[in-house]
Design a protein around this ligand. Structure first.
Ligand code: SAH
Length: 340
């Protein structure tokens, strides 16, 4: 059986040709799927025999809302979806002035092991499929009734550890016959897999690359991000400089401020030095406290910000949304797992 929703439009056209069906049928089915159709029977402009033929060789999976939490403070909605195989993933809908943004997951769990992150505590269970990434956007939009204009790949999982799927997902949401969300409205966040950043650069996508740096020196970064033990800040920054040269796209560096770990003046100075010469932007994130972790939020966010700005770096501090509903970093999935 084939996961038909994971097919790109070109693949779908080729598939229908093999079935002996005209190309416009492929387009009709693609449109149905990208509107959230849950079965071939709903596809009322197809003949009964074609619907039966498709149901005989393809399946349409749909996630179910396992839990839904709405923030009373800012209207952020957090979904915990139950996939047909029993696994759960999280999606968050955030409302900004420039439009609704959905934060989606790309894996069930994560194997990167960052010390401050709740998503990685149980390790990685499996990669998501392109359709399962698309569904998070589709069904968040359908369930909430809110149109979605922006996507951030900042949920559970490491996008560049499931890169082929992510590239296919991007092609799907970008499709004019589907959701038609432009690359400039999409951000991809990575813990810094340098070889994969090199590969991504060659695709020259117009999306925004966010790099979760969190420390400018190897000693600190290796302590909080195990990935740094094999890649190293030097190599990562080289990949970022190359990425900028290749794509011309400004890179965003994520920096979660941790008390006494990565918030010194010397670290701000080194950070400024590391990103000089490239069009970049630093996003300081007030650390979200994770129960299982001893790390505490920094009290020096303002000072750190000022010190970077004095050296000509563009800095923003991330606004916390949905703080009353655990709307970040795998915490809802974790709670659900512990309860079951
Ligand atoms: N694996 C990708 C994307 C998922 S994490 C990555 O590492 O970038 C999305 C962002 O949230 C990353 O910048 C991550 O480092 C950050 N993050 C994870 N746990 C956090 C916490 N407890 N407080 C603040 N930011 C956190």
């Amino acid at each position: 059986m084939t996961d038909i929703k994971s097919m790109t439009q070109a693949e779908m056209t080729a598939f229908f040709k093999e079935l002996g069906e005209p190309a416009f049928r492929a387009k009709q089915v693609f449109c149905w799927l990208h509107k959230g159709a849950q079965s071939f029977d709903e596809m009322s402009n197809l003949s009964k025999s074609l619907r039966e033929k498709l149901a005989g060789c393809c399946y349409i999976d749909v996630p179910k809302v396992e839990r839904k939490q709405v923030s009373a403070i800012d209207g952020t909605i957090k979904y915990l979806w139950r996939l047909p195989d029993g696994n759960c993933i999280e999606t968050v809908l955030m409302r900004y002035k420039h439009g609704n943004t959905v934060c989606i997951s790309c894996q069930v769990g994560c194997r990167m092991g960052c010390a401050f992150c709740a998503s990685t505590l149980g390790g990685k269970v499996r990669d998501l499929r392109p359709s399962e990434m698309l569904d998070q956007v589709l069904f968040t939009q359908l369930d909430s009734g809110e149109p979605i204009s922006n996507i951030v790949l900042m949920g559970i999982g490491e996008p560049l550890d499931n890169m082929d799927t992510v590239l296919r997902f991007l092609e799907l949401v970008n499709s004019p016959d589907g959701l038609n969300i432009g690359m400039r409205h999409i951000s991809l966040s990575t813990c810094g897999l340098a070889d994969q950043i090199d590969k991504l650069a060659r695709h020259r996508l117009q999306l925004t690359l966010s790099v979760s740096l969190h420390a400018p020196d190897d000693e600190t970064r290796s302590k909080i991000m195990p990935v740094n033990r094999s890649v190293g800040v030097e190599r990562l920054m080289q990949a970022c400089h190359d990425y900028f040269r290749e794509t011309g796209r400004r890179i965003s560096f994520e920096y979660a401020m941790i008390d006494g770990v990565n918030d010194s003046d010397a670290q701000a100075d080194l950070l400024a030095k590391r990103i000089r010469g490239m069009s970049a932007h630093v996003n300081l994130i007030p650390l979200n406290h994770v129960e299982e972790s001893p790390l505490k939020p920094s009290r020096r966010v303002k000072e750190f910000q000022r010190r970077l700005e004095e050296q000509g770096i563009t800095v923003t501090v991330r606004r916390r949304l949905g703080s009353d509903i655990d709307a970040s970093c795998g915490q809802l999935r974790r709670k659900a797992m512990q309860q079951s």
